[in-house]
Design a binder for this molecule. Structure first.
Ligand code: AMP
Length: 193
């Protein structure tokens, strides 16, 4: 069964461990969206040993953000090569106000404006528990305790201000991301009906 082909241009926003990747996959299947996740793209570069991967690895291992120009270029290429008639779900981008500004400019030029920003709210204690669990399941070098702290700090300081910036242009909806994967998924889909 195919999903429903609707043009929806979404940002899925939230701290590390809030379930963005999992829920973005659900939305991709349901609405045939292009799932665009710079974290996944960077990990692929890393595993293929590309120049970009080598450049990014130190930042990622330390829980720091990869420089804006690098990320914005990667997203620009990805959006330009994707199907222009399909919607997209951005997962893990934008993460700085500069990235958000670049995104808005890029989407204006492509005539593919954002429709909505969906924020997954999860308390910090639950995030730490989830990320620690994930560290045991997947072998992500950035799920070590001291790196988790750094990623949460970076989110608070550099990424949270993005919401206020985007809210000037785009509707922002908050969702309780602390319940089960299925419940959060149901709530997301009901908001997008
Ligand atoms: P994620 O899988 O989204 O948690 O991303 C893993 C890591 O990739 C982050 O901790 C950053 O080092 C890097 N990264 C992913 N997305 C971005 C972004 N939008 N800006 C800068 N760095 C990013």
């Amino acid at each position: 069964m195919g999903g429903v082909a609707l043009r929806r241009n979404l940002v899925l926003f939230g701290p590390p461990g809030s379930g963005k990747g999992t829920q973005a996959e659900l939305l991709r299947e349901r609405y045939e969206l292009d799932h665009i996740a710079p974290g996944d793209m960077l990990r692929q570069h890393l595993s293929q040993g590309t120049e970009l991967g080598q450049m990014a690895s130190g930042y990622m291992a330390a829980g720091k953000l990869v420089p804006d120009e690098v990320i914005v270029n990667m997203i620009r290429h990805r959006l330009e090569e994707g199907r222009a008639d399909a919607g997209f779900v951005l997962d893990g981008f934008p993460r700085t106000v500069a990235q958000a500004r670049a995104l808005q400019e890029l989407l204006t030029n492509l005539d593919r404006p954002l429709d909505i920003v969906l924020v997954l709210d999860v308390p910090v204690s639950a995030l730490k528990a989830r990320l620690t669990l994930r560290a045991g399941q997947e072998q992500r070098q950035d799920d070590r305790p001291e790196v988790i702290e750094e990623r949460l700090r970076v989110y608070r300081e550099r990424t949270e201000p993005v919401l206020e910036y985007l809210a000037g242009d785009v509707p922002v909806l908050h969702i309780d991301g602390s319940s089960s994967i299925e419940e959060v998924g149901r709530e997301l889909l009901s908001l997008l009906q």
